[in-house]
Design a protein around this ligand. Structure first.
Ligand SMILES: NC(=O)c1ccc[n+]([C@@H]2O[C@H](COP(=O)([O-])OP(=O)(O)OC[C@H]3O[C@@H](n4cnc5c(N)ncnc54)[C@H](O)[C@@H]3O)[C@@H](O)[C@H]2O)c1
Length: 339
């Protein structure tokens, strides 16, 4: 199988790349990534020499680049991870989110229509469902939960989902969509909660926690997300949405305390800061459909995953220190500029 994976220099796409190349030694993988601030070639350093892997620097919303790539490679499957993904940034600059997340998705699907495809998979988020109240632990997001977005980020992802469903209905494009809960694990950019807290704690810097730290997220170890997407792409039904989550709900404060405990650092490092506008209260996924139809279940419990994650950040200090000091942005030119 030949896969075109967009956004593969980012957190989840990078993990997916490693997952596929390890699991399917005969598959060919092409990564298309614009290398925005969130793309990091150091994440892909150990697959760059794999003969089954090709990296292309380019923007999914650039029609010429995308069509030329399809013309040359004729991929069997497209998995679209490429996105602007940080909620706080979407509050600063919504326009960029609309451009990449909606228009970029449209360009990719237009190319799929022209060149033919076995499957176009849209990696989406549980944030399209908005949030759940903190005092109703019995409520979960199912595939039937109405879209009800809170931030420009989630609104752009929900818009893209609707476009993907429209291309299925109107043009019979063989699509699938997944809505996953919050991921954590290796190669997570240190602006996001878990890696930010690990990096700050290791440097004995204050750990900023929004509001009172009561917001609840349903945390999934990133490799479990990769295995779910792999199953959906290969065995999931065309035209379907699958929710992915592992029933690992934790308040932000519980997550931060677990990290401090793992690192042997004091809770006095925690600083409560002004809450984000429109901050979603609780996300919680009902993964019954993907479990019943495809037999998927997560293999890493939160207690184990957080240990693995902290260990990874301890063992890969250079990776995240290069992000914090900005050096990772020169890495592509230094290593691959002449290739
Ligand atoms: N992180 C999570 O917890 C989570 C949970 C559910 C769903 N998702 C979704 O998964 C996908 C990946 O998330 P992530 O956390 O890995 O994101 P990320 O921000 O770490 O990575 C995004 C990648 O996309 C690339 N990119 C951005 N704009 C591009 C463009 N116009 N053309 C080509 N490449 C572009 C970036 O360079 C980067 O490599 C996103 O679509 C996101 O909505 C993320």
């Amino acid at each position: 199988m030949k896969l075109l994976v967009t956004g593969g220099a980012g957190f989840i796409g990078g993990n997916f790349m490693h997952y596929i190349l390890n699991k399917y030694p005969k598959d060919k993988v092409i990564c298309l990534d614009a290398l925005t601030y969130a793309g990091n070639m150091e994440t892909l350093a150990d697959v760059m020499d794999n003969p089954n892997f090709t990296f292309v620097k380019g923007d999914i919303s650039d029609r010429d680049t995308v069509f030329q790539l399809f013309e040359k490679e004729k991929p069997d499957v497209v998995v679209n991870f490429a996105a602007e993904s940080h909620v706080d940034r979407s509050i600063e600059d919504p326009g960029l989110f609309l451009h990449t997340n909606i228009l970029g998705t449209g360009v990719l699907m237009d190319a799929c229509r022209k060149y033919g495809i076995q499957r176009y998979h849209q990696v989406s988020t549980d944030e399209v469902y908005g949030d759940l109240p903190l005092d109703r632990p019995d409520l979960f997001f199912t595939e039937e939960t109405p879209l009800h977005t809170s931030s420009p980020y989630s609104a752009s992802k929900a818009s893209a989902d609707l476009l993907v469903l429209a291309y299925h209905r109107t043009f019979h494009l063989p699509i699938s969509i997944s809505h996953c809960s919050n991921n954590y694990g290796p190669y997570h950019f240190p602006e996001k909660l878990i890696p930010l807290m690990i990096a700050n704690a290791l440097n004995d810097k204050p750990l900023p926690v929004y509001g009172k730290g009561e917001n609840i997220r349903d945390w999934l170890y990133v490799e479990d997300h990769c295995s779910a997407i792999d199953l959906i792409v290969r065995k999931g039904r065309e035209g379907e949405i699958y929710n992915i989550g592992g029933h690992n709900e934790r308040t932000n404060l519980q997550v931060v305390k677990a990290i401090l405990k793992e690192l042997g650092k004091p809770e006095s490092l925690i600083r409560f800061v002004t809450d984000r506008p429109g901050h979603d209260r609780r996300y919680a996924i009902d993964p019954t459909k993907i479990h019943n139809e495809l037999g998927w279940e997560p293999t890493t419990r939160f207690e184990d995953g957080i240990k693995l994650t902290v260990k990874w950040y301890l063992e890969n200090r250079t990776w995240w220190e290069h992000i914090i000091n900005g050096e990772y942005q020169n890495y592509y030119e230094r290593m691959y500029g002449h290739r």
